[in-house]
Structures are given as C-alpha cells and as structure tokens.
Design a binder for this molecule. Structure first.
Ligand code: 5AD
Ligand code: SF4
Length: 446
C-alpha cells in the first residue's frame, strides 16, 4: 500500500474532514503513516480562523520543502480553510505544492491525487459545490481505522451567520444539511464499529434542516431520532449558536437521558454594543435567558464558551462586562482568543483600535478568571460518583484509565483493571481535581 501522512489544524470539522479523506484514500490504496519522510502523499488540512493558525501552517510548509526535494515523487497537498481562502496564491508562494483543495473538495480527494499523478500538473479546486444537497455517502467498505468510543458525525456544513469577525462563511460556504436518513445510517454503522457516544457536528448545528429539506427536519427532531438508535449511549452536539437555539432543543435535555447535560454555547462578548458590532444577533439578556431556560430543563447542565477580547473599539468597561458575564454563567471552560483581523471580513473595516499589549492583558485576565471558575466547578464533583465513558489507559503514572464524565471533564482513575475496557461505562468516585481533570477510584460498572 502507498502511504499518506496527514496533519490537521483547526476545529472538529477539519478533524472530521481529515478522517473522511483518510477513509477515501484508504479505499484507494493509501495507508496513513506517522512518518512524513517516507510518505507518497503529504496532506495538510489547514485552518485560517486566526492569524496564528495561518503562520503555523506556513512554517510547517517550510519544513516539508526539503522532504519534497529529496523525494520529488511525493505529492504535497493543502486542504481546508486556508486553501480555500488563498487558492492560487498558495501555488505562487509555494511552487512545490501539488494541490490546493477547499473544504468542498474533500469528497474528490482521490480524483485530485490521480489528476496530479497522471497529468503531472498542480491543481487548485476551490469551487463551492453547486449541489443543493450535502451528502457524505455511507460505504460498506472497511473503515480506515476502528472507531473509538466517541464518534463525530457531520450533520450540517457551512455557515450563514456572517459574524463580522469570522472567515468561516467565506471558506466553508452556505449552510447545507445532510438528510436525516443518511445521518441515522452513519450512526448505526459507527455503533456497529464500537462507538458509544455520538457527537453531532456542524458550524451551527441549531440551524440544521432549515433549508432545502423535504419535509423540513428541525434540529431537535434529529436529536430524538438519533437517541432512538439502539447502542447509542451518549449524545453531544457542537457548535451551537445562541440566536438559533430553540426551546424545543432545550427541552430535549430534559426528555433525553442520553443527551448529556453539557453544552458549548459561544457568547464572544458580554457587552451589547460589542455583540452588535460583532453581528451576533442577540443581546446579553437574551443569552442569559437562554442559559436560564436550559438550566430550568436540566438543572445540572454545564456550559463552555468562546470569548474574543480586543474586538475593534472594545473599551475597558465593555471588556469588564465580558468578565462579569463569565462569572454570572460560571463556565466550566472557555476558549479565549485575541481578536485577529481576517481578510475580507466586515470587522477589518473597523479600526483595530485595541493595542496589542491591552489585548494580551485582557486575554490573560479572562484566562485567570476562567481558571478560578473551572477550579470552583471541579470542586462540585469531589465526593460524588460520576459515570465515565472509558477511553483507555491513561499515561498518568498514578492512575489506570481515563475517560470523560457527562459534563465533559477528563477523569483519571485507578482500579477496574480486570473488568474495564475502552468504550465501557464505569462509576467513578471523585477524590480530587487538577486543572481541567478529575481524579478518582473505580466503584462499579454502570
Ligand atoms: N479573531 C479571534 N477569534 C476568532 N474566532 C473566530 N474568528 C476570530 C477572529 N477573527 C473565534 C470565535 C469562534 C471560535 C471558533 O474562534 O470565538 O467562536
Ligand atoms: Fe463564524 Fe459566526 Fe458562523 Fe460561528 S456563527 S462560524 S463565529 S460566522
């Protein structure tokens, strides 16, 4: 078999796209390798959400260049959002690149490799597909790898929200949902291959089924449908948009035991004026009302979020409002970023007025606050028994296994060696916490 080396930057959508390309390449005779020196094909799946992500990719390309020199038969491919954003210019900048594939070209990766090999020419495929439907055909052929206990399933791609800071609507195009039957079929296949937890994936899952679907299937109906599939033991979904989150979807947390009580709900800022400039489509009070609604349906629900600091024009007071909101919600965890101007997005028209030093200082303050919120939340679990989906052995020297709690905390624990294996559910008594991980002892199987 030929060998493919793959590296992924960015979000879960990209990880899922890399997995899909691995599967398609596997079916055409490529096996994934961890050594890029010997690879026939090197494929980098890129991200362009922030400036930093872009720079990392450019420096990786620099390290690949000598490999390509030593082995001119190696095919070098760039896929993903940076590929979509830069297109042809990438080939001009890096003439040793063989192909540039946008996110909509994932399904055609094998065709692209064949083209480069037979035509001995580079290619740039960054057209958005014109199909109204979004389909990832299910194949009965063997999988490239066995599925772990958690499996991601794409349900919607693209984004129509056009938040003023965000490049995603330009790199991933308009929203398109997969038909429910195709999603259910994939879930059944994943369960047959060992998956216990299904994580429904999309840039904005709450917008699922709104367009071009006959009959329309709102997101919550999909949740109820997946929950009926036998063998599914846990369901999560990401990413949610507060504006599109319906009360029916909130209700699902109450109705469905296997929909875990944890939600990633990006807020970005805790100030109405900043939210307006960001074009997020909700106010702080609306966000808080949604949190209250979710808590009334699922009292122990845990939240995580995304925060941007230093958005154009953000004043000290506006920033303080973000800290206040973080405190009010008491997030379990946050992904915190400094605003980074992205080419072609409306926010680049606004003056990037917050000095770098101030951005850094604000970022540090959000990180410090989040750390104390996480520590506070972790303490709630000490002395409790939580259900853990076992992922496998832990590298932690004092413990045997690791897995995730329903609230998405990593749990390292000792005991259970005779009975437990990856994919099992186990009751763990929590004794201590460190960072974003809990530690405990095995009590019993589920
Ligand atoms: N600058 C900083 N952070 C950004 N994000 C998206 N675009 C930018 C940007 N231009 C963050 C948002 C989003 C997460 C995936 O990345 O918080 O929710
Ligand atoms: Fe970007 Fe906003 Fe769409 Fe999220 S909802 S992908 S932040 S445009």
């Amino acid at each position: 078999m030929k060998q493919v080396y793959m590296e992924t930057f960015g979000c879960q959508m990209n990880v899922a796209d890399t997995d899909r390309m691995e599967q398609l390449l596997f079916q055409s005779g490529y096996l994934r390798t961890s050594a890029k020196e010997n690879a026939d094909l090197v494929l980098v799946n890129t991200c362009s959400i922030r400036d930093k992500a872009e720079h990392k990719i450019y420096s990786l390309l620099g390290t690949i260049r000598p490999l390509k020199k030593a082995n001119p038969d190696m095919t070098l491919a760039l896929a993903g959002c940076l590929a979509q954003q830069e297109g042809e210019t990438l080939i001009k900048k890096f003439p040793y690149l063989d192909m540039v594939l946008g996110p909509d070209a994932v399904e055609r990766v094998v065709e692209a490799v064949d083209y480069v090999k037979t035509q001995k020419k580079s290619l740039v495929w960054t057209e958005f597909d014109q199909e109204k439907k979004y389909s990832i055909p299910i194949s009965d052929e063997p999988a490239a790898k066995t599925s772990g206990p958690s499996a991601y399933v794409n349900i919607i791609k693209g984004c129509d929200k056009f938040c003023s800071f965000c490049i995603v609507p330009f790199t991933r195009g308009r929203e398109k949902s997969r038909e429910p039957y195709e999603i259910y079929e994939e879930v059944r296949q994943l369960v047959d291959r060992g998956a216990k937890e299904i994580i429904l994936l999309g840039q904005n899952v709450n917008s699922y089924g709104k367009r071009d679907m006959q009959p329309p299937t709102p997101f919550h109906e999909l949740l109820y449908g997946v929950a009926e599939i036998s063998g599914v033991e846990r369901i999560r979904f990401t990413t949610s948009h507060p504006k599109d989150f319906t009360k029916e979807a909130a209700r699902a947390f109450k109705d469905l035991d296997i929909l875990v009580n944890q939600l990633h709900l990006p807020v970005q800022s805790g100030n109405n004026k900043v939210l307006e400039r960001m074009r997020r489509g909700y106010t702080v009070n609306e966000y808080k009302a949604l949190i209250d609604l979710l808590r009334s349906e699922a009292p122990d629900i845990a939240f995580s979020t995304d925060i941007i600091v230093g958005f154009p024009g953000e004043t000290d007071q506006e920033f303080e409002d973000t800290l206040e909101l973080m405190e009010w919600v008491g997030f379990d965890s946050s992904y915190m970023f400094s605003y980074s101007p992205r080419p072609g997005t409306p926010a680049t028209e606004m003056e990037d007025s917050v000095p770098l030093e101030v951005k850094k200082e604000r970022l540090q303050r959000t990180i410090d606050l989040q750390k104390s919120l996480s520590d506070r939340n972790a303490k709630k679990y000490i002395g409790q028994v939580v259900e853990v989906l076992v992922e496998g052995e832990t590298v932690h020297k004092d413990y045997d296994f690791k897995g995730r709690s329903p609230h998405y905390w990593m749990v390292n624990f000792s005991g259970g060696q005779k009975t437990l294996k990856s994919g099992g559910l186990a009751k763990i008594y929590i004794e201590s916490a460190s960072g974003h991980a809990l530690r405990g002892t095995y009590r019993s199987p589920n």
